[in-house]
Design a protein around this ligand. Structure first.
Ligand SMILES: Nc1ncnc2c1ncn2[C@@H]1O[C@H](COP(=O)(O)OP(=O)(O)O)[C@@H](O)[C@H]1O
Ligand SMILES: [Mg+2]
Length: 237
C-alpha cells in the first residue's frame, strides 16, 4: 500500500486571469484527519474544489488512491472515492432529507448497495431517518449540516473533504460537528480534510495540520504540536 492516499504537488488554479493557488502541496495518509487552516481568502476552498475537480488545475499533480486523478472532472473523482461537503452545505432545501441523501449517491449505479449505504448513514445519524420525509430547508442549521455530511458519505468515500462545516453553528454544535468528523473517520476509516476557522476545535480532532496563506502552504505540523503552541504561530499568518 502506498504511504499516502492523497498526494498534491505544486497545484496551481484560479479564476479567470487571477491565479489563486500558487503551488499548493499536501499529503493525506489513509485514515488520517488533516486540518487546513488559514485566514479568509487564503485559498482553502479553492484547494478543495480543485482537488475534487470542480475547478481545473492549471499546473501541478494530484495522485489519489493509486488511480489516475481526473483534472476538472468531479464526477469521476467522486466515483474514485473523493467527497466534498461544500462551504455553505449545499443541501437542496425543497427536497426531502431522503431525496437529498439519494442525490449524494448520484455516481452509484448499484441500487441495492445504495439502499444498504442509506441504512448505514441513517444508523450513524438516526435523525436523518426520523426526518426522512421532511423538506431539508425546514431543518435547523446543525441538522442541515448533518444532511450535507450524509450526502457526502453516500458513495462510501475514502477521502471526505469538509469545507468549514461548523460555520454559522452555535458553539455547542461546532464541537459536535467536529466530533462527528472524528466518529466517521473511526467508524468507516474515511480520511478527512477539515477546513476550519475554529482552530482549537479543529486541532483537537485532527492528526496533522497545514496552514495556508496567499495560495500557499506556509506551515505543516502535527496538530498536537500546533495546539500546544498556538499563540506563537497563529499571529505570524
Ligand atoms: N468564484 C470565484 N471567482 C473569483 N475569485 C474567487 C472565486 N472564489 C474565490 N475567489 C478568490 O480566490 C481567493 C481564495 O478564495 P477561497 O479559496 O475561497 O479562500 P478561503 O476558502 O481560504 O477563504 C480569494 O481572493 C477569493 O476572492
Ligand atoms: Mg473558504
Amino acid at each position: 500500500m502506498a504511504e499516502f492516499l492523497l498526494e498534491v504537488d505544486a497545484l496551481e488554479a484560479g479564476y479567470g486571469k487571477k491565479t489563486v493557488l500558487q503551488g499548493v502541496g499536501l499529503r493525506v495518509r489513509e485514515g488520517e484527519v488533516v486540518a487546513v487552516l488559514g485566514h479568509n481568502g487564503a485559498g482553502k476552498s479553492t484547494t478543495l474544489k480543485t482537488i475534487l475537480g470542480l475547478l481545473p488545475a492549471r499546473a501541478g499533480q494530484v495522485r489519489f488512491a493509486g488511480k489516475p486523478w481526473s483534472n476538472g472532472d468531479a464526477v469521476e473523482n467522486v466515483r474514485n472515492g473523493m467527497a466534498l461537503v461544500p462551504q455553505g452545505r449545499g443541501v437542496f432545501p425543497d427536497l426531502t432529507v431522503t431525496e437529498n441523501l439519494m442525490l449524494g449517491a448520484y455516481t452509484q449505479r448499484d441500487a441495492a448497495a445504495t439502499a444498504a449505504r442509506l441504512r448505514e448513514v441513517i444508523e450513524l445519524f438516526p435523525l436523518l431517518g426520523e426526518r426522512g420525509a421532511q423538506r431539508a430547508g425546514t431543518l435547523s442549521g446543525g441538522e442541515q449540516q448533518m444532511v450535507a455530511v450524509g450526502m457526502a458519505l453516500m458513495p462510501r468515500p475514502r477521502l471526505m473533504m469538509m469545507d468549514e462545516p461548523s460555520i454559522g453553528l452555535a458553539p455547542v454544535l461546532v464541537q459536535r460537528v467536529l466530533e462527528t468528523a472524528r466518529q466517521i473517520n473511526r467508524r468507516f476509516g474515511t480520511a478527512i480534510i477539515l477546513v476550519e476557522q475554529n482552530i482549537k476545535t479543529a486541532l483537537g480532532v485532527a492528526d496533522r495540520a497545514y496552514v495556508m496563506k496567499s495560495g500557499r502552504v506556509v506551515l505543516e505540523k502535527p496538530a498536537a504540536e500546533l495546539l500546544a503552541a498556538q499563540s506563537s504561530w497563529w499571529e505570524l499568518y
